[in-house]
Design a protein around this ligand. Structure first.
Ligand SMILES: [Zn+2]
Length: 62
């Protein structure tokens, strides 16, 4: 039997002001990571794009 478990950890910089929207985004991302990549454990950290300490190049601009 092959034991394999995929996990992902990511920081997500968002411009959403509403906690409900962040919740919906988190659920959507988890679903997509599971369905598309078989990742059954995700740790997502949400932070404000405006105050993120990451470099501008790291954050996709829209
Ligand atoms: Zn971060």
């Amino acid at each position: 039997m092959r034991m394999e478990r995929l996990a992902a950890e990511a920081h997500v910089a968002v411009r959403l002001a509403n906690l409900e929207e962040v919740d919906i985004l988190r659920r959507t991302m988890k679903e997509r990571l599971r369905e598309s990549f078989g990742i059954d454990h995700t740790e997502l950290e949400f932070e404000s794009a405006a105050t993120s300490s990451h470099s501008r190049e790291t954050i996709r601009q829209e």
